[in-house]
Design a protein around this ligand. Structure first.
Ligand code: SF4
Length: 633
C-alpha cells in the first residue's frame, strides 16, 4: 500500500481547502491530502458490507462477479418487501432507487454503449493487483459507490430511525399545530436568511451603488442622463473593447487577456452600457459574479472557440439545428411550434449562448435577414398549417427597429393558424430601455385575447440582474396585457442553496413567470459553467419546493442534442447507465417523442458531483449542506 500511496501522491498530492471541506462532509473530520482521502474512501467502501466486498474480492472472472452482484442487488431489493424488514419506509424507497441505478450501471449492455465498465474498475480496485485501477479511479468514483452501496443496504442516513416520528405527529389539535409551527418557523427563518445573501438590484444600497456606476459609464462614454434612457444610444455605445471594460470595472489580467484574445480572433464580445452598470466596480463583494460571468468569457471558452474557428458552424451546433431547419431562418423540432430567426445578432453577447455558432458579431450591420429570405420563411408557414406557435428569436429580435418588428408581427398575425407569437428576447435584462411605449404598442396591436397571444420569453439568470429599469420594462409589457416568462440557465453561477429560488421570488415580484430551468447542455466550450443534473433535481425538490406554488411555476429541463427537451423530474425520461472512473455519471436521455417514433436515446456524460462540490467549496460554501445530492438520479 505504501507504494500505491506514493504513486497517488504524485498525482493527487495537492491539498486544497475545497477538498478538505468535501472530506469533512464524508468523514465528519478533515482529511487533508487527496491520497489519504482516497485510501480512507477505499476503506469505507469495502467496509460497508462484508458480503458485497467478498463478491468483488472473491471473483476470479468478471462475469462471475457480475452474476453475484446482480443476485446481491436482487436480494437487497426483495428484502424491502418482506414483513420482517423494519427500515423506515422512506429509506426503503432509497434502497429501491439504488438497486435500480446499480442494476443499470452493472448491466453489460450499458458497458457496451458507454465503452466503460464501473463493475470492472470496482473489481480491479478490490483485487491484489490494483495499481493501474488506483491510477484510473477518482475520489468522485469512490464516493458515488459509497453512497450507492450504503443506500442499497438501507444506510443512506437520509431519514431518522423507524418509529422516530416528528414531535408534531405525536400530538393532536392545537398542540400539534403549534409544534408544527415551530418547525415551519425554523425552516422559513433559514430560507429567508439564506436568500438574503442574494440581493436584487431593487435594494436601496444596490440602487445607490449603481447610480455611481452609471455616472462613471456616462463619463467614460461621453453620454448624458437623457442618453441613458435612449436604447439607440446604448446600441451605439456597446462596449466591445477590453480596454474600456478594464477602465469601468476591475478585471483580472486573465480575464482581460481572454477578452483581448476573443476580439483578436473575431469571437463576438459586447456588453451594453446598461448591463455594464449592473457590475460592481470591484468584485470584492461577490454579488455580481453571475452578471460578470454572463459576458466575460473564461479563457477555456475562448481557447476552444479559437481552436474551432474555421468549423464553428458545425462544431458548436449542439442542438443540430442544421438538421431541423427546413428553410432558411426556420427551425422546427416539435409538431405545433417552430422557431423563426429574422435577426442574427444581439445587443450583448452571452458566453453560454446556444447559437454561438451563428452569431458573428455583436450588433453586426448585416444581421437583418434579406426581405426575400424572410418572405420564403413566412411562405413555408403557409405550407405547414399545423404550426400554431411561432417563437421569434435570433439573435435578439427586439434589437430590430420598430418598423421591422411591426412588419414581421403583422405578417404572422395575418396567418389564421398562428394562435401564439412568442418573442424570445434578453432585452428586459440587457437593455430594458428598449421597451418603450411605442414598442409595447406595436406588440399590443397583435395581441388579441381569445384569438392570438403575443408573449415574451426572457432570460434572467440572477437576482442581481433585476433592477428598477428591468421592473419598469416588464410592467410596461404587462400593462399591455401580455405575459413575460423566464428561462433560467442553471449554472455554477446561480447554483448555491436558494440562489435560484431567490431569483424566482424576485422575478415574480416584478411580473415575470418562471417557465423553464435549463440544465446546461454539454457544450464543451462552456463546461466550466456546468453543474450536475443531480443538483438541478436537488434544487427543485429541496429549495423550489419550499416556495409558494406561484413562485415555482418552472420545470427543470435538459435540451437533448438534436432531440429536444427532456423533463428531468420524470425518471421515465432519463436513467443513469454508467459511472465513469472520473465520477461522471452517464445518463441515457430519452427523446420527447418516444411514444410517437422509435428515435434512439442520447447518452450524456455529466459533470462529476465531486467537481461541483469542490467548485462551490471554493466559493465559500460548505459541501455538507449539499450532502443529499448523491441520492438524486
Ligand atoms: S441574447 Fe440569446 S441569442 Fe443573443 S447572445 Fe444571448 S443567448 Fe445568444
Amino acid at each position: 500500500m505504501v507504494k500505491e500511496k506514493k504513486r497517488r501522491s504524485r498525482k493527487f498530492g495537492r491539498r486544497t481547502s475545497s477538498a478538505r471541506l468535501v472530506s469533512e462532509e464524508v468523514f465528519g473530520e478533515e482529511i487533508g491530502t487527496e491520497d489519504l482521502r482516497f485510501e480512507r474512501h477505499l476503506e469505507v467502501l469495502w467496509g460497508i458490507d462484508p458480503e458485497l466486498t467478498g463478491i468483488f474480492r472473491g471473483g476470479k472472472r468478471l462475469e462471475k462477479v457480475r452474476d453475484r452482484a446482480f443476485l446481491y442487488i436482487e436480494r437487497k431489493e426483495r428484502f424491502v418487501f418482506s414483513l420482517d424488514n423494519d427500515l423506515h419506509v422512506l429509506e426503503k424507497a432509497v434502497v429501491r432507487e439504488c438497486a435500480r441505478v446499480l442494476r443499470s450501471v452493472f448491466g453489460l449492455i450499458n458497458e457496451k454503449t458507454t465503452g466503460t465498465s464501473a463493475l470492472r474498475l470496482l473489481w480491479e480496485l478490490a483485487g491484489e493487483d490494483r495499481a493501474l485501477a488506483l491510477e484510473r479511479a477518482s475520489e468522485g468514483f469512490l464516493l458515488e459507490f459509497i453512497h450507492l452501496f450504503r443506500g442499497l443496504k438501507g444506510e443512506s442516513g437520509l431519514y431518522g430511525k423507524k418509529g422516530q416520528l416528528p414531535e408534531f405527529l405525536k400530538l393532536k389539535g392545537r398542540k400539534a399545530a403549534r409544534k408544527r409551527m415551530d418547525m415551519l418557523d425554523a425552516v422559513a427563518g433559514s430560507v429567508h436568511e439564506t436568500m438574503a445573501r442574494y440581493p436584487s438590484g431593487l435594494e436601496k444600497d444596490v440602487i445607490e451603488r449603481r447610480k455611481d456606476n452609471r455616472r462613471r459609464i456616462l463619463e467614460r462614454l461621453g453620454g448624458t442622463e437623457a442618453d441613458w434612457n435612449d436604447w439607440q444610444w446604448h446600441l451605439e455605445h456597446v462596449i466591445r473593447d477590453g480596454g474600456v471594460l478594464a477602465d469601468l470595472i476591475e478585471v483580472s489580467g486573465v480575464q482581460k487577456a481572454a477578452v483581448d484574445r476573443a476580439l483578436r480572433n473575431h469571437i463576438p464580445f459586447g456588453v451594453t452600457p446598461y448591463y455594464m452598470s449592473l457590475m460592481d466596480r470591484s468584485p470584492v463583494e461577490g454579488l455580481d459574479h453571475a452578471v460578470r460571468a454572463q459576458v466575460i468569457p473564461p479563457v477555456s471558452y475562448v481557447n476552444r472557440l479559437v481552436e474551432f474557428k474555421d468549423s464553428r458552424e458545425m462544431a458548436f451546433d449542439f442542438m443540430g439545428e442544421h438538421d431541423t431547419s427546413p428553410v432558411d431562418l426556420v427551425t422546427r423540432r416539435y409538431p405545433l411550434i417552430c422557431i423563426l430567426k429574422p435577426f442574427n445578432t444581439c445587443p450583448q453577447i452571452c458566453v453560454y449562448c446556444q447559437r454561438n455558432w451563428e452569431i458573428d458579431e455583436c450588433m453586426a450591420p448585416d444581421a437583418m435577414a434579406p426581405e426575400e429570405v424572410i418572405r420564403d420563411a413566412l411562405r413555408w408557414l403557409d405550407e405547414h398549417p399545423g404550426v400554431g406557435e411561432v417563437l421569434v428569436t435570433g439573435g435578439d429580435p427586439m434589437a430590430m427597429p420598430d418598423e421591422a418588428v411591426d412588419y414581421l408581427l403583422g405578417e404572422l398575425a395575418r396567418k389564421e393558424q398562428i394562435y401564439r407569437i412568442r418573442i424570445g428576447t434578453r432585452t428586459p435584462v440587457t437593455l430594458p430601455q428598449r421597451w418603450t411605449d411605442a414598442l409595447v404598442g406595436i406588440l399590443g396591436k397583435y395581441h388579441e385575447p381569445g384569438r392570438r397571444e403575443v408573449c415574451i420569453t426572457t432570460h434572467f439568470c440572477h437576482s442581481y440582474e433585476i433592477s428598477p429599469e428591468a421592473r419598469d420594462a416588464v410592467q410596461r409589457i404587462r400593462r399591455g396585457a401580455m405575459c413575460v416568462y423566464n428561462q433560467v440557465v442553471f449554472t455554477i453561477e446561480n447554483a448555491r442553496r436558494f440562489e435560484s429560488a431567490k431569483l424566482r421570488r424576485d422575478m415574480r415580484s416584478i411580473g415575470v413567470d418562471p417557465y423553464y430551468t435549463f440544465n446546461m447542455k454539454g457544450k464543451e466550450e462552456t463546461r466550466s459553467y456546468m453543474v450536475p443534473i443531480a443538483r438541478v433535481l436537488q434544487e427543485h425538490k429541496e429549495e423550489a419546493r419550499l416556495l409558494p406554488g406561484v413562485d415555482r411555476t418552472d420545470e427543470p429541463v435538459f435540451n437533448v442534442p438534436r432531440l429536444g427537451k427532456n423533463h428531468l423530474r420524470a425518471w421515465q425520461d432519463h436513467k443513469v447507465v454508467m459511472i465513469r472512473a472520473s465520477g461522471a455519471r452517464v445518463y441515457e436521455m430519452h427523446p420527447w417523442e418516444k411514444f410517437l417514433e422509435a428515435v434512439p436515446p442520447y447518452n450524456y456524460r455529466d459533470v462529476p458531483i465531486i467537481d461541483f462540490l469542490k467548485a462551490i467549496a471554493e466559493r465559500g460554501e460548505d459541501p455538507a449542506n449539499y450532502s443529499t445530492i448523491w441520492y438524486y438520479y
